[in-house]
Ligand binder design. Structure first.
Ligand code: SF4
Ligand code: ZN
Length: 315
């Protein structure tokens, strides 16, 4: 297989577009794809102050790396979720990347600043904290961006993530979630910062290849809470489909964004126009007290109950 650009031996194959690139040409192709999406979906301007949500994984670090190389003013933010050794190791990757690139990384520590960790948010039904964790991330990235004057939050969601989310929302007919699925979420309140997903048309393999070729050291292990998560099952199904029909994931997502989304009613929080400010934290909400403040109360209660049980067993 030859490189589409220089005809040397190719290292990365892009099956859906029948292209292949060598390690020297691949990063330029990847960044050109990111830039093309940014321009096409009017995601960013060069005078935007961008806050990249950084997890220490390949997608967020590849995104941060690419945005900086493309000339955007992009700082990072890492959220300490308190998921044991996994959080520790991913934090180290995020910090090491920021240090080696000379970039600014903000951090928020849920335990130290809010008195709970993500494992304190386990849900009784699923036994997982993932949907609560997602809400915490949205809240914290938005809060920090808004407080520090960033104009956009960029996340590393890739094609596989977006197709799996779409699949899950279709399976359960979550119409309000379907309505807000897209590469750009506009701000509907002065304290609600725009959100963009510049990697949404690039596959997981493609961002992993970019990280590898660029020598980005990222955390390889999955979050232990992800084991058995529905999103992983959806990804496996879509991978099986992609194997027999290259381009299927892309068609599924892009087809929805072009033809399906407009017909879905938009009723979600992010796009609500009647937002107030939470009486406790001042962040945008549709109710008196925001979801995050209520969730943090429950998390603190669980953390206190656990600490009391540990003390009790010592007596
Ligand atoms: Fe949070 Fe679940 Fe992702 Fe872990 S797998 S980081 S708990 S959303
Ligand atoms: Zn609040």
């Amino acid at each position: 297989m030859k490189c589409t650009r220089c005809a040397r031996t190719a290292n990365v194959e892009i099956r859906r577009s029948r292209q292949a690139y060598c390690a020297a040409c691949y990063p330029d192709w990847f960044r050109a794809q990111v830039q093309e999406r940014i321009d096409h979906d009017r995601m960013l301007r060069h005078d935007d102050k961008v806050l990249v949500a950084v997890s220490g994984g390949k997608d967020s670090l590849a995104l941060w790396h690419a945005l900086v190389r493309l000339g955007y003013q992009a700082d990072g933010m890492y959220l300490r979720l308190g998921i044991g050794g996994y959080s520790q190791r991913s934090q180290e990757k995020a910090e090491a990347f920021a240090r080696s690139e000379g970039l600014r990384l903000h951090q928020v520590d849920l335990k130290a600043e809010y008195g709970y960790t993500v494992p304190d948010l386990l849900e009784t039904r699923s036994g997982k904290p993932c949907s609560a964790c997602g809400a915490v991330k949205r809240y914290q990235f938005n809060r920090v961006a808004s407080d520090l004057g960033y104009s956009v939050v960029a996340t590393g969601h890739n094609l596989d993530d977006e197709a799996a989310t779409l699949f899950g929302n279709v399976v359960h007919w979550q119409t309000d979630y379907l309505g807000r699925q897209g590469p750009v979420l506009e701000s509907t309140h002065p304290k609600l910062v725009r959100k963009v997903k510049p990697l949404y048309r690039l596959g997981e393999r493609e961002t992993a290849a970019y990280a590898l070729v660029q020598g980005i050291d990222y955390i390889l292990e999955e979050c232990p809470m992800a084991v058995g998560a529905k999103s992983l099952i959806y990804k496996e199904m879509l991978n099986a489909l992609e194997e027999s029909q290259p381009g299927a994931k892309h068609q599924f997502l892009v087809g929805f964004l072009k033809k399906g989304r407009a017909s879905v009613q938009v009723g979600s929080f992010d796009q609500a126009t009647q937002l107030k400010e939470c009486v406790r934290c001042g962040q945008p909400t549709t109710s008196l007290v925001c979801t995050h403040c209520k969730m943090a109360d429950r998390g603190r209660e669980k953390a206190a109950a656990r600490a009391a049980a540990v003390d009790g067993s010592r007596d």
